[in-house]
Design a protein around this ligand. Sequence first.
Ligand code: HEM
Length: 511
Amino acid sequence: MHKNLILGTTIAGAIIAYALKPKKPKTELEAKGVPIPTTPTYLPLQIDGVLHYILSVLAGRDELEFLRAISTEMGNTINLRGFNQDFIIVLDPSSIQHILAKNQPNYEKGPEFQAIFHEFLGSGIFNADGEAWKTQRQLARPHFQTSEFRDAALINRHVDQLIKVIDNHISKSPDAPLDVQELFCRFTLDEASEFLFGETVNALELGNTEFSTAFNYAQSITAWRFRVPLWRYVVPTKQFLREIKKLDTFVYKIIDNAIARQEKRVMEQEQQPGDGKHEMKEGYDTLLDHFLSQRSEHGFDREYLRHMLLNFLLAGRDTTASLLSWTTWKLTQYPDVLAKLKQEIAEVIGPDTVPGYDDIKKLKYQKQVINEVLRLCPPVPFNMRQSVEEDLLPNGYYIPPGTPVSYSAYTTHRLPELWGEDALEFNPDRWGPERVGSIKPFMFVPFHAGPRICLGQNLAYTTAQVTLTRLLQRYDIQAKPGFEPQQVGDIVLFSRNGVEVLIRKKSISKF
Ligand code: HEM
């Protein structure tokens, strides 16, 4: 009892001393700027606010709607202060443009973001700033401009496999619902791994592998690190590090194979007459081969290559699966949209032609549907930066130095003052020629914007369009009565309970 009293008094004293700590005098810029409205809390260190948030999440409350409700009350620039740490959120397009493009160098991933991702992603592109980021971006960019995915052959190969799995499900249990989210995650893991490493993980065939389970676990722990202030002391690491080891074992095997391939190629090249210089055949190598070909700068640094691969896999895999899952769900909810889309596919592609890159670019309505899904269900619903120096936003609000500054595509994409009174309605026609002019830059940011805009944007659209086209050519997809997905905004926007639909093969004449 006596011990508890001493402990209680010490903690209370520390909190009061911390709360009453004299404030630093304002800088010139701070005096000029407007302080950002802070969510109201009543206890020292905003403990009530922090606990309320964490308990809400643990109880399964939708975090994204939680934030949207706060913004409806408090406006589009908010400070969610916790443990005396500012956590600023900007939602209006001019502020988003400011942090992502106009004053981008002042808004880095920063040390806090990098610490959160450190064991998982190391210093890979997604987790790097400055020169380390620039070098990787420059190295990777050409690979995304090559023709490897332009003829959509790689995507179509994996869709063949996806179709096999769905056909198998239908023949075994024709009336049972199918969780397409789970299936799309395996599909995009296979596609991304082949695109990046030249070896597929074969998740569609094998089901959840040790690699995919470890990858999922690492992501969910990382999402908790984002949510919890002082995560270092709270979020468990032991199991996390074990799972990371499994990822490493898998990836290093692929890297060692690729290094052996590359060494053999270089040796063969050197034995051939010519100037001995090694030239890559653009468009046919994997991203890993592409990085290996730059060995003069980075050598065969296995750790560097490991970071690179896992970063690209994280960036590319779940995001596209999320897009495909929410699109399927929306189509089951809007039969008129589905009918119009099927008609376009029938007219432009035909009932069973395997679409190539140029074919799907003609599917204008399909692109509108996908954009509308990216608006309401952006796969990356929330994103964070950290200010380097102090700054003023275009609306006059003051940003202190070293402060987390985030934006939420999910909330910005739903603001009625930007998108109109029907902002919450799913309406692909808003992307049609009559209305598209009112969509201004930085209102729609599913792929980020500015110098760090998504490298895989084109690959993502192509994958989504080819896959949807082929599935709608072959199947009737309907809602499972009574099923409602429960969105959860981890790093990627998924449904906690999957996306269950009823799926049947259709006869050709029905198209
Ligand atoms: C619908 C699918 C996708 C969405 C919505 C999406 C969205 C995003 C977003 C929001 C970012 C910014 C992340 C940040 O800086 O914090 C990003 C970055 C990135 N994305 Fe995507 N992405 C998608 C698919 C892909 C694919 C398929 C790939 C490649 C296989 C890819 C590769 C990348 C890379 C490498 C970056 C880092 C760029 C940089 O920091 O310079 N993405 N993506």
